[in-house]
Design a protein around this ligand. Structure first.
Ligand code: HEC
Length: 118
């Protein structure tokens, strides 16, 4: 029982840490410059908050390997290339689990379609 509780506490702490690290990275790496302060996307750039971790991870790794299917991908590739696996994990934890206070006008986008068309 005690072991179980300890395990629970440590996983919770680990989770909180990954979230906070992801949040820090989001601003440090300038992701907010294109994807917005609340990760809700701006007209050209896809929203990231509330989207599935698996999807975000898949996309970031694809872009990191310089593969993208739109012209806009070229813009994102250098940013993805600057990320390590650990950073991708932290960022996607933060984005998928997003629970920051946001402005009233903010509407979460739960679509899982790729952003941008050319
Ligand atoms: C210079 C602007 C810019 C910056 C800075 C930027 N991105 Fe992007 N990002 C884009 C564009 C444009 C796309 C769409 C690419 C495409 O259509 O393939 C994109 C796509 C994505 C996607 C895939 C989403 C989807 O719907 O396909 C993820 C995830 C992502 N960015 C995460 C990040 C993270 C994390 C950072 C910070 C490390 C970041 N981006 C910084 C422009 C940017």
């Amino acid at each position: 029982m005690r072991a179980f509780i300890l395990l629970f506490i440590s996983t919770t702490l680990l989770f909180a840490t990954a979230y906070d690290q992801g949040k820090k990275l989001y601003f440090e790496k300038g992701c907010n410059g294109c994807h917005g302060f609340s990760a809700g996307g701006t007209n050209l750039y896809p929203p990231l908050a509330f989207r599935r971790k698996e999807f975000l991870t898949y996309k970031l790794k694809l872009l990191r390997s310089k593969q993208g299917n739109t012209q806009l991908s070229q813009m994102m590739i250098p940013f993805a290339m600057a990320l390590t696996d650990t950073q991708i994990d932290a960022l996607t934890t933060f984005l998928s689990d997003y629970h920051e206070k946001s402005k009233k006008s903010y509407v979460p986008d739960n679509s899982n379609t790729g952003g941008g068309s050319s």
